[in-house]
Write a protein that binds this ligand. Sequence first.
Ligand SMILES: [Zn+2]
Length: 137
Amino acid sequence: MKIETHVFCDFCRTSVMVSPASVEKVDWQDKDTLEILSVTAFRCPNCGNLSLKHIDDRVTQSLLHMLLKLKVKAEKLREKGQCLNGADKKKMAMLDRKLNHKRSELLQRFGPAVDQFITKLESNEPSHEQILEEEEH
Ligand SMILES: [Zn+2]
């Protein structure tokens, strides 16, 4: 899958290419609901700081999973010179819309707290040892 999005570093405003090399994932637990959210951040090659990109919960993770399945299906069909049928295309657009909507909600709700967490994580514990294992409740 090609990911060619540019984002701006929160600290020095450098334009960063979002790629598997610049993206890091950490888990963050909401103190109220105790839900573990998956935080995607990117590292700036200029100043080395982490900036928050998006936050996922169980809902967005399952949406993402469904989207990915459709993308794989589309890819397989493309190899055979075919494309997704109308229903699948509609479903994909709907999932995409839902995902973006839900992610912006999560970002609004948890963004500031997660930002603080990332900054703290960076200053106290530069290693990735603190990453929590995903737990099923
Ligand atoms: Zn930077």
